[in-house]
Design a protein around this ligand. Structure first.
Ligand SMILES: [Zn+2]
Length: 249
């Protein structure tokens, strides 16, 4: 299985981003699609989850994923949740060991957060809407309220996502981006305007005071590299989902 792991490693943490390789789903979900909601064969998706769980060393039914809705909603994982009852939100936080958290994406930025001081983690889904609505700062606020997490404590990993080279947006979105203070995330050529969501996320982390050395970015464009990742735009909307997984041991 072809996984992307952060440079930062510790025995108490597992964190990685998947690629589209290493599963059993058929075209256009080939092959490691982890999402049930995209019309892939449910049994294939389930087998892919079992393969990933075996690779990373957890029980597949202990994993919590999200019914993602491009919101700014952060949910604290509780004992009632399991694999079969994913909460509707775009960020999950926990300090419980042996509970893997998953964010899925195909162009949006999957984000994993680790607070080594308080042993707390987060998985965040940040597309353009989530980033502009500050899902990342809101998740860090929730971790502070729940676990005492400060910006000095966190390591932040931004996974593969569509970048400013490929993400064309309309003028309404461009205007909203400027109004919210993220002009630097926009790039114009003669006729088109492009948005780089990671620039927004990095600006937010910088404003909060998260140090550069505690941020790791996988600078792979999912659209440019759609043979390695699923891309909602490059694959004409009908495609699978990669995932970010984070787990305390
Ligand atoms: Zn690109």
């Amino acid at each position: 299985m072809n996984l992307i792991t952060p440079i930062f490693k510790t025995p108490s943490l597992t964190a990685c981003f998947t690629t589209r390789h290493g599963g059993i789903s058929k075209t256009p979900f080939d092959s490691l699609n982890l999402a049930f909601h995209v019309n892939d064969t449910p049994n294939d998706v389930h087998q892919n989850h079992l393969l990933l769980a075996k690779e990373l060393g957890y029980e597949a039914n202990t994993l919590i994923y999200m019914r993602q809705i491009h919101s700014d909603s952060v949910v604290i994982v509780n004992e009632m949740m399991d694999f079969n009852s994913p909460p509707q939100c775009d960020a999950l936080i926990t300090n419980r060991p042996h509970v893997p958290l998953m964010v899925m994406s195909a162009d949006c930025t999957p984000i994993l957060v680790y607070d080594s001081t308080h042993n707390a983690i987060a998985a965040i889904h940040a597309g353009r809407a989530g980033a502009l609505n500050e899902i990342l700062p809101k998740t860090l606020e929730a971790m502070k309220a729940e676990y005492g997490t400060t910006v000095e404590d966190v390591m932040v990993f931004l996974g593969p996502s569509i970048q400013g080279c490929c993400y064309e947006v309309n003028e309404t979105i461009a205007r909203e981006t400027v109004e919210k203070g993220y002009t630097e995330a926009l790039r114009r050529d003669e006729t088109k305007v492009f948005l780089d969501v990671n620039t927004i996320l990095l600006q937010q982390l910088h404003s909060l005071g998260v140090k550069k050395e505690n941020i790791e970015v996988v600078n792979h464009c999912t659209s440019c590299q759609c043979d390695t990742y699923f891309s909602y735009r490059a694959d004409a909307h009908y495609t699978g989902r990669i995932a970010g997984v984070i787990l305390l041991r």
